[in-house]
Ligand binder design. Structure first.
Ligand code: APR
Length: 281
């Protein structure tokens, strides 16, 4: 269990020690690795939590050969309906950034945010005020879409109208008739170029925050282990993930990430700033 891990690797770090080093300028390049768990308190389902995760909810779709097929481009090409059914559900809801997203914006305002690698496609980091150049959307984003064959892009309002009406959006060019797909990265598709170039930032980070992810999908899952030894890695997650906890300098804040970021803000003496930022988004 986690407690035995902690006994084996006595923590040489604490949130207070980390906060002191941020305040005295010793830590000024923080890299964040985020997943669906930072958006669940906004009502956005994650993927693998039992019962509430998207994969459990869509398991009822008997047609899926395996649960992640719903986001696999090879399955999508011949059976796009399940993907658009999930998308239609998400389109009905509008999401507000969580206090965890607001915390990322706070780090940016403190000029200590080097980069956020997010696996999420909800765009809530930007909505919370994190500038584009500080977000690497490893799995793409909703908000733009194009024909998979001729690459012509579709306006979002038309795409939303067609998906919400229950149809499968297809290219207007009858000779093409390609599927219109959001610019999200499905299983079987390459990640964006800027992901590959940005991972170098891990080599010069002073602190890594891993939040709301099960670290099950590569290549993002491998990022924390690429961090040089000695650089503190903090996990803010309901459960252990990846190799977090295996290094003496790791800190495990197991529980809701919204509570985890609040405890860091308290240690920084910036709890009111955080809550005010969150209220303002
Ligand atoms: N606070 C802290 N942890 C949370 C919270 C929360 N409020 N809600 C969920 N979690 C944890 C879950 O316990 C789980 O460990 O967040 C993690 C979410 O894991 P996943 O559902 O696997 O989501 P993620 O890691 O982002 O999945 C990665 O898989 O299907 C693909 O492309 C998809 O980007 C996604 C990728």
């Amino acid at each position: 269990s986690t407690s035995s891990i902690q006994e084996q690797t006595p923590q040489i770090n604490s949130i207070d020690a980390i906060a002191t080093r941020i305040k005295n300028g010793d830590i000024k390049r923080i890299v964040v690795i985020a997943g669906a768990g930072i958006s669940t308190s906004a009502g956005y389902p994650d993927f693998r939590s039992p019962k509430t995760g998207i994969y459990d909810k869509t398991a009822a779709l008997k047609t899926l050969p395996y649960r992640e097929a719903i986001f696999d481009v090879r399955y999508f090409k011949h059976t796009p309906e399940p993907f658009f059914a999930v998308l239609r559900g998400l389109m009905q809801m509008n999401f507000k950034p969580t206090v965890t997203h607001a915390f990322l914006s706070l780090l940016h305002r403190m000029e200590v945010l080097e980069m956020v690698f997010t696996q999420n496609i909800d765009g809530l980091e930007r909505a919370a005020g994190v500038p584009d150049e500080k977000v690497v959307a490893a799995h793409g984003q909703f908000g733009s879409q194009r024909c998979m064959i001729c690459k012509i892009s579709w306006p979002s309002d038309r795409f939303e109208r067609v998906v919400k009406s229950g149809q499968v959006p297809r290219c207007d060019d009858a000779f093409c008739n390609g599927l219109i797909k959001p610019d999200t990265v499905m299983f079987g598709e390459p990640l964006s170029q800027n992901f590959a170039t940005s991972t170098k930032l891990l080599d010069s980070a002073d602190l890594i925050l891993v939040m709301g992810t099960s670290l099950k999908v590569h290549p993002v899952a491998a990022l924390p282990s690429q961090v040089p030894k000695g650089v503190p890695r903090v996990l803010l997650n309901r459960e252990k993930a990846g190799d977090l906890g295996s290094r003496r300098e790791d800190i495990l804040l197991l529980g809701d990430c919204d509570e985890g970021v609040r405890s860091i803000a308290d240690a920084l003496g910036l709890r009111d700033e955080l809550e005010n930022l969150w209220r303002a988004v």
